[in-house]
Design a protein around this ligand. Structure first.
Ligand code: UDP
Length: 313
């Protein structure tokens, strides 16, 4: 298979490139570096199966040669990034998905969309099943991401129904691991970096909101299985082990042995109160479930951030 991965210099995109190369496929990675980082694919440079193209997928997108898969992972992906890059976030989810689908159609390639648990908004159904339509504030600060992902799903289904493009939709829940940006604002790198520096851990709100964290190797394995499957309807991918953010802060303090204290800050607007994927569809259709426990995943991620801090990475 020869696959295009948009957002190939990002956290998930670059791990996906690694997996595809490991599986013997050829990869064209594309990124405009607004949140991606070339360090994430340096180790693939010189690999005959790997090519990188610097390009903004919201503009007309052409890739020479055959493509069997177009995997659209490009997007700012943390709440702080959506606040700083609201228009780029909307554009890459809407115009970028359109360009990527057009390319998939022209090449006769299958298409996979990195959608998100954010399509469920601040959910009124718990855990979230794919049949739930969500509770999204379209005009709030997170709306730029949530609505772009929802539009992307609608567009993928329209290309499937109208043009017969083989489309796949992954609804990705909170994922973590090495290569997250230390300052992307998401809770996992934020707490780890704060703990390693013995600075206060900034818990937003009263810390009773919940999340369920999936380790990156599990997530990209699920993406790969979905790509190879025949499933057109959305599939949740995430780890159902749910915890409160206050519990998560305690876990980080324990694993790092940090002397940081916890400091409470205002809860951002529209911050979902609960989040846990129902992964029955992924289990039955893809034979997939997460294998890496939270502690093991966090230990690997903490090692990564420690080595960055000491310059040994
Ligand atoms: N959060 C926090 N402190 C931080 C960063 C995030 O308490 O420094 C909380 C945030 O309010 C949310 C949860 O952690 O409830 C997960 O936030 P993240 O930005 O990782 O992603 P989200 O799941 O909200 O998209």
């Amino acid at each position: 298979m020869r696959a295009l991965v948009t957002g190939g210099a990002g956290f998930l995109g670059s791990h996906l490139c690694d997996l595809l190369i490991r599986e013997g496929h050829k990869v064209v990675a594309m990124d405009n570096f607004i949140t991606g980082n070339p360090d994430n694919f340096q180790h693939l440079i010189g690999n005959p199966g790997f090519r990188f193209v610097q390009h903004d997928v919201t503009e007309f997108t052409y890739v020479a040669g055959p493509l069997d898969a177009v995997i659209h992972f490009a997007s700012p992906a943390s709440p702080i990034d959506y606040l700083e890059l609201p228009i780029q976030t909307l554009k890459v989810g809407a115009l970028g998905t359109h360009k990527a689908l057009g390319l998939a159609k022209a090449k006769g390639a299958r298409f996979l969309l990195a959608s998100s648990s954010e399509v469920y908004g601040d959910p009124l159904v718990h855990p979230q099943e794919e049949s739930y339509w969500g509770n999204v504030n379209p005009i709030g600060p997170r709306g730029v991401y949530d609505e772009a992902k929802r539009f992307g799903e609608a567009l993928a289904m329209a290309y499937h129904r109208t043009h017969g493009v083989e489309t796949r939709i992954a609804r990705i829940f909170n994922t973590f691991g090495p290569r997250m940006r230390a300052r992307d604002g998401r809770v996992v790198p934020t707490f780890i970096v704060q703990a390693l520096k013995n600075e206060p851990l900034t818990v937003f709100g009263d810390g009773t909101q919940t999340r369920s964290f999936c380790y990156v190797s599990d997530l990209v394995d699920g993406i790969y299985r979905l790509l190879l499957s025949d499933e057109t309807h959305p599939v949740n991918l995430g780890n159902p082990a749910e915890m409160t953010i206050a519990e998560f802060a305690e876990e980080i303090l324990e694993i790092t042995g940090s002397s940081s204290r916890i400091e409470y800050r205002d809860l951002p607007q529209d911050d979902p109160k609960v989040r846990q994927p129902d992964i029955l569809r992924a289990r039955t259709i893809l034979g997939w479930e997460p294998k890496v426990g939270l502690r093991e995943g966090l230990e690997r991620t903490i090692d990564h951030f420690r080595s960055l801090a000491t310059g040994s990475a």
